[in-house]
Design a protein around this ligand. Structure first.
Ligand code: HEC
Ligand code: HEC
Length: 417
């Protein structure tokens, strides 16, 4: 305490108890490590797959109208989100576009966790009429007809099927498409459909390998925790203002935020109903209670034919939690990089961080299911302190510039980063 006597203003940023330091360390990016292996994807950590995925992520030809790429909505300059309440491409999606930096750490993808791997996730927007709006047969032809993709694909996954017989492989076909595309799909043999699905899923596995490179970098908060651990008083006080320290205290204490926003990504990867009110005109979103059935039924899940995992690698899916507490529940989002990713929540209902904190302070009753949060009774000043703390979690991606920009057309990438 002697220091706080010497330095006016240091009193607030004062000592943390040993148990508090343990909690701070558990939130520290230094405990994050590389993304967990993805046994469902044999090329998850292959640099050539990542280079192919990089091209695919920015390639607008992978769409019905030739104008939409993943990067249309997941914009690198907005931390791979889009700044809109709900994602917009060919049409408008039902939910807010999450930033995907660090998505490789999540066992479940989407707000409702209806997919269980990055590659099975990537298949959906490609065929969603509101997003890329195309079909798997179309995409498989693009891979086969583009010399760069063909070369990368065959080096990674082996020979492409011979698609030259238009009777067997029409221009467009998909079980999820419009009537024509669905009819074309029905006309195909099981074997040919299998071959198309194989190329489609392998392509998505390359996209996933790229996404695994999008990682969070240390933020000012992480520097602060390092200074606390090293008991470097001077540095500690230089890194965080008194308001930020007070906000951090509330985050751990009176705000009860670490009940759900814990671990180095500030998420428990679990599903909770926090009573966020639907956007006007929207029906309340059922969230995880539907997502859990969808991920179990997904032919491209961990247990499906296109997964590279052994059954014992699929415990997460086999023993997935279900139950009525999941009505209206969404996956706890990471709180790293909240700057520039608003509006917030699953439908982008809340415009600013101040709105989010006002929501937690009031804890309205849920429209469906039961809210897991209680009113906090914090003062305006305390809410401002919490917001000041949340902003200290912002940091650029720990990913080299070249992965954040579209690749030069058809240039083979050198290995590694
Ligand atoms: C129309 C804009 C749009 C396009 C195009 C788009 N996405 Fe998304 N993305 C979204 C929205 C909206 C969500 C959340 C949807 C939900 O949870 O129901 C999402 C969710 C995701 C997630 C899950 C993130 C998480 O934290 O759970 C990943 C990963 C992702 N998209 C990757 C991709 C990839 C790869 C592509 C290209 C193949 C793509 N997206 C194309 C809007 C888009
Ligand atoms: C019971 C679990 C739980 C608690 C406690 C909790 N959160 Fe959340 N948080 C969530 C979930 C789930 C969402 C997504 C809700 C949705 O979209 O419907 C969320 C969303 C957010 C978002 C929006 C992120 C984004 O990208 O849209 C912020 C910011 C946030 N929480 C901060 C906090 C703070 C600060 C506290 C403490 C005052 C807190 N949370 C307490 C589970 C929780």
């Amino acid at each position: 305490m002697a220091l706080s006597l010497l330095q006016p203003g240091a009193a607030l940023s004062a000592e943390w108890t040993a148990p508090e330091v343990d909690i701070l360390r558990s939130l520290w990016i230094g405990t994050l490590g590389p993304p967990p292996p993805d046994p469902t994807n044999a090329v998850a950590d292959d640099p050539d797959a990542a280079a192919m995925g990089h091209r695919l992520f920015f390639d607008t030809r992978l769409s019905r109208d030739g104008n939409i790429a993943c990067a249309t909505c997941h914009r690198p300059e907005l931390r791979f989100a889009d700044g809109l309440p709900k994602g917009v491409a060919i049409g408008m999606t039902k939910r807010n576009t999450p930033g995907i930096i660090g998505a490789a750490y999540s066992p479940w993808l989407y707000w409702d966790g209806r997919r269980d791997s990055l590659w099975s996730q990537a298949l959906s927007p490609l065929e969603d009429p509101n997003e890329h709006g195309g079909n798997r047969m179309q995409y498989v032809h693009i891979i086969a007809n583009d010399p760069g993709y063909r070369r990368s694909y065959e080096a990674l996954f082996g020979a492409l099927p011979d698609l030259s017989d238009a009777g067997r492989f029409p221009e467009d076909a998909s079980p999820l498409g419009n009537d024509t595309w669905a009819e074309n799909w029905r006309q195909m043999t099981d074997e040919d459909r299998e071959a198309v699905n194989r190329v489609f899923t392998n392509t998505a596995k390359a996209v996933a390998a790229y996404e695994r490179l999008l990682l969070p970098a240390p933020s000012r908060f992480d520097e602060y925790v390092a200074a606390v651990t090293e008991e470097n008083e001077e540095q500690k006080n230089a890194i965080f203002s008194d308001a930020e320290v007070a906000g951090l205290r509330l985050f751990l204490g009176g705000g009860n935020c670490t009940q759900c926003h814990n671990g180095p990504l500030l998420t428990n990867f679990e599903f909770h109903n926090t009573g966020v009110i639907s956007a006007p005109g929207d029906v309340p979103d059922k969230g995880r209670i539907v997502g859990v059935d969808q991920v179990r039924a997904d032919p491209f899940n961990c247990l499906g034919d296109y997964s590279d995992a052994a059954i014992e690698n699929c415990a997460e899916l086999r023993f997935v939690r279900a139950g009525t507490e999941l009505i209206g529940a969404m996956r706890t989002p990471s709180l790293r990089n909240l700057e520039n990713t608003g509006p917030y929540m699953h439908q982008g209902q809340l415009e600013t961080l101040a709105d989010v904190l006002a929501h937690y302070n009031a804890a309205p009753e849920a429209m469906i299911g039961h809210s897991d949060i209680e009113p906090l009774g914090l003062s305006d000043r305390e809410l401002e302190q919490l917001e000041a703390f949340l902003l200290t979690l912002a940091a650029p991606a720990a990913t080299s510039e070249r992965w954040l920009n579209p690749p030069a057309a058809d240039t083979p990438h050198p290995h590694g980063d």
